[in-house]
Design a protein around this ligand. Structure first.
Ligand code: HGY
Ligand code: MN
Ligand code: MN
Length: 393
């Protein structure tokens, strides 16, 4: 059972006409992926469990001091094939290889599929691991709504889950380290001629919502001077994000926008837009976001419109456990690199020693259909993960 064979099983699940994948929490695609995960794990003789948040863990052994490996199977809308599934498939393949070789772990070993890492449906990233670790109040999570207005609680109930079981997970007390393998998001390993790297840190990041409100009116009959068009402050905010992030070599993106009523011949009454911001450290993040917000407010004031601002989620900077990172980098003779992307490993790192392995991405593209890794690099990543499991378990 190779990682590429396992990934080939998933090729049609959640596939979109554009060649990408849309696999959002609890949707038919991720439900099919959950079933696939449970089936593969059961075939390996692992005991498949699911916590009250929907996180699946396939166990080889039970009890304290467990090593957890894995990732997530959901995607962003129109995402690539590897962000998430590579970490789950390589973990299953590594376990299959180790079992076939006659090796047995000296501590419990779990393979995890975290639920809703991308936050593509309910807006908050790493929802499954945040709930499991107590990093988010279950009442807040269960009340989150998707684009159709359905709450997470209703969605879980419709899938036969009891939302009252959401919240801190008992398994966490048994886990004493977590290792997540992931496709590289960016292009650092290729010029360094390395198929696999070890993560040092994750930048702090946050997601913020701007609610621009103005006055809906007729696109032909309303003189330009008489308008209160919220789209203008939104446009100014997009440019402010670009300017402030560029000036500091940080990241700011407005990738999602909703316009109401969304009519070609009407001045909008309301524009809702989401900012994703990532920075070197917490102070730099708050400074950049405050700067973008100030430009949004100034633009709205000059147009006679208003803008509301909500921080929907923020994640602190993560420095992965230095001892574990050095041990794995030495074991694999692999370079160490930082990442601008967020991961469940970043959430787990607040509770247990955690490490990440990255598999070279020749173009660096991620969150898009072109995301890729060469089959031999995927194999190198799986071999590396197997070595790590042997070393730690
Ligand atoms: O958005 C992120 O950084 C991640 O890929 N979940
Ligand atoms: Mn992602
Ligand atoms: Mn991911």
């Amino acid at each position: 059972m190779s990682t590429t064979d396992l990934l080939a099983d998933l090729e049609t699940i959640g596939r979109t006409p554009g060649g990408g994948y849309t696999r959002l929490a609890w949707d038919p695609a991720t439900m099919a992926l959950r079933e696939w995960f449970a089936g593969q794990a059961a075939a390996l003789g692992l005991e498949v469990t699911e916590d009250g948040n929907g996180n699946q863990i396939a166990w080889w052994g039970t009890g304290p001091d467990a090593l957890l490996v894995g990732s997530h199977l959901d995607s962003v809308p129109e995402g690539g094939p590897l962000d998430g599934p590579l970490g789950v498939a390589s973990a299953l393949a590594a376990v299959a290889g180790l079992k076939a070789s006659g090796w047995t772990p000296s501590r419990p070993l779990g393979v995890v599929n975290f639920t809703d890492e991308e936050g593509g449906r309910f807006g908050i990233a790493c929802l499954g691991s945040r709930l499991a670790t107590g990093a988010i109040d279950p009442a807040i999570a269960l009340a989150l709504r998707d684009d159709s207005g359905t709450t997470l609680a209703e969605v879980m109930q419709a899938q036969g889950r009891d939302p009252r079981a959401a919240g801190p997970s008992a398994w966490l007390a048994d886990v004493s380290s977590y290792v997540e393998l992931h496709v590289e998001q960016g292009r650092w390993l290729a010029p360094h001629d390395a198929p696999v790297g070890v993560a040092s840190a994750i930048w702090p990041h946050g997601r913020y919502r701007f609610d621009f409100c103005g006055e809906g009116n007729h696109a032909g009959a309303t003189a330009m001077a008489d308008r209160h068009d919220p789209m203008l402050a939104y446009a100014a905010t997009v440019l402010a994000a670009r300017d402030l992030a560029t000036a500091t070599d940080q990241r700011a993106t407005l990738g999602r926008v909703r316009v109401e009523p969304g009519s070609t011949n009407s001045i909008p009454s309301r524009v809702t837009a989401w900012l994703d911001a990532r920075a070197f450290d917490h102070v730099a993040l708050t400074t950049m976001v405050a700067g973008i917000r100030a430009r949004a407010e100034a633009a709205a004031a000059s147009d006679g419109t208003t803008v509301g601002f909500t921080a929907e989620s923020e994640s602190d900077a993560v420095t992965f456990d230095p001892a574990l990172r050095h041990r794995l980098a030495a074991l694999l003779d692999a370079p160490v690199l930082a990442t601008g992307a967020g991961h469940d490993a970043g959430i787990l790192a607040a509770r247990v020693p955690t490490a990440m392995l990255f598999v070279r991405n020749p173009t660096g593209v991620s969150h898009a259909p072109q995301e890729s890794a060469e089959p031999e690099d995927i194999e190198a990543g799986t071999v590396a993960l197997s070595k790590v499991i042997e070393e730690l378990a």
